[in-house]
Design a protein around this ligand. Structure first.
Ligand SMILES: Nc1ncnc2c1ncn2[C@@H]1O[C@H](COP(=O)(O)OP(=O)(O)OP(=O)(O)O)[C@@H](O)[C@H]1O
Ligand SMILES: [Mg+2]
Length: 405
């Protein structure tokens, strides 16, 4: 089985999917813009061959180069797990007449307005929204939808350029910040808690499901530097509170014509208990959520995804053993990390429940918390009991303190 895998080393967790593909028996043809000489040694055993392209985002150019490179070989799959490349993978599949999701289906997972229209057309609850190409259209949408209002790019990621506006004056400020963003989605603001619904699906039906809770919601994680973002996978998927979201998620997959592979959906639970769609991608979530899911059941979803993508089978025993919390830390101050307080006490308190501690060490430069949720490192902790996992996670959020200067 020959598989073209786009961006096999970027973002770094893609190396794990490359490994998974090789482990289930695929010959992996990697395509990326990293020079061949710069490929990390640990990915090399898993790559059958590799093509360096000058610009991985230049779809026409990449399609021409990959087509020329593989001329005469029969290819069985074209795959991508990184959001900016899912359309390119679909375009290559269409060009070569291969199985897999069409450009139209993938576009439904990429274009935030279109996805909401398709999900709403299936009778599911989405935030009211309008597509806006100009400032005038944005103001008109605000008139119609009222405040508070969310304004965000149509094809965004990482909550970049997502703004909440409480009134017309705030909308004016937001319009200035949004200059340069081509098209925006204006949405009714949904009050409530925010969760994920993640799957590995086969022909649009989940072979694997996961729910995780964001604490606080991503918009606040992104806008308040003092917050240590916490995300906890939910061990008990049968509890009443999240059934609405799980049912919604499954229906969304059908509405959007999901095929094989990972999905990552975000949804809101309103104070009245209603589950409302947020957004979805046909790729795994970022920020280590796949690691969290793996720790939840002690499985390897990198490989299991590959088995699904290549052989159409999911074989892991995905019984859920733990609630797994990840806590991202942000140092106080700028420049380089100087000190970490409270870490030893926290490690001692949590004992065996800690599965990873990857905080940046003194001397390391701070990461840009606006650009990456990974911030200045993370800890991962797990426990079968939700309240305990929650308490340990929040202890890390408040009691571990990092400083920079
Ligand atoms: N209609 C809405 N009502 C309330 N909050 C919203 C709404 N739309 C977006 N948000 C908040 O903004 C965050 C970012 O929005 P969204 O997920 O659409 O953008 P994104 O850039 O793709 O995010 P990411 O890549 O971080 O998932 C959401 O997780 C949520 O916290
Ligand atoms: Mg999002």
């Amino acid at each position: 089985m020959r598989v073209v895998f786009l961006a096999p080393i970027y973002p770094p967790e893609m190396i794990e999917y490359t490994r998974g593909l090789a482990e289930v028996g695929a010959q992996v043809y990697g395509v990326g813009d990293t020079p061949r000489e710069a490929l990390p040694a640990r990915v090399k055993p898993y790559l059958h061959d590799y093509l360096q392209v000058p610009r991985i985002m230049d779809e026409e150019d990449v399609m021409d180069r990959v087509t020329a490179w593989l001329r005469g070989k029969s290819i069985d799959r074209v795959l991508a797990n990184w959001e900016p490349l899912v359309i390119l993978a679909a375009r290559l599949r269409e060009r070569w007449g291969m199985p897999g999701m069409s450009v139209d289906a993938v576009t439904g997972f990429r274009d935030k307005q279109l996805m909401k229209e398709r999900v709403a057309a299936a009778g599911l609850r989405v935030p009211k929204s309008r597509r806006a190409r100009t400032e005038k259209e944005t103001r008109a949408a605000a008139e119609e939808l009222g405040y508070p209002l969310i304004v965000k790019p149509i094809a965004g990621a990482g909550s970049a350029d997502t703004y909440k506006c409480e009134n017309a004056a705030e909308l004016d400020e937001t319009l200035v910040k949004m200059r340069g963003v081509g098209e925006a989605s204006c949405e009714e603001y949904i009050e409530g808690e925010e969760f994920t619904f993640d799957t590995v699906s086969i022909a649009g039906k989940p072979a694997y499901e996961n729910v995780a809770q964001y604490l606080p919601k991503p918009l606040e994680m992104r806008s308040l530097q003092w917050v240590s973002p916490v995300i906890i996978t939910v061990r008990d998927m049968t509890q009443a509170k999240i059934q609405g979201g799980i049912t919604l998620g499954r229906k969304v997959l059908t509405a959007l014509g999901m095929g094989d592979g990972f999905t990552h959906m975000e949804w809101f639970l309103t104070p009245k208990g209603e589950a409302i769609f947020g957004e979805i991608g046909c790729r795994p979530g970022g920020a280590h959520i796949v690691d969290q899911m793996n720790y939840t059941s002690d499985i390897d979803l990198f490989r299991e995804w590959a088995r699904v993508a290549v052989h159409g089978r999911f074989e892991a025993d995905a019984r859920r053993k733990y609630n797994v919390g990840i806590v991202f830390k942000r140092a106080l101050g700028e420049g380089r990390i100087t000190r970490i307080d409270g870490l030893n006490e926290w490690l001692h308190m949590c004992g065996d429940s800690v599965v990873e501690e990857k905080l940046l060490r003194p001397g390391a430069p701070r990461r840009n918390w606006k650009h990456t949720l990974l911030s200045d490192g993370h800890v991962l902790v797990r426990h079968p009991d939700w309240a305990t996992a929650h308490r340990m996670s929040f202890a890390a959020a408040t009691d571990i303190r990092m400083f920079a200067g």
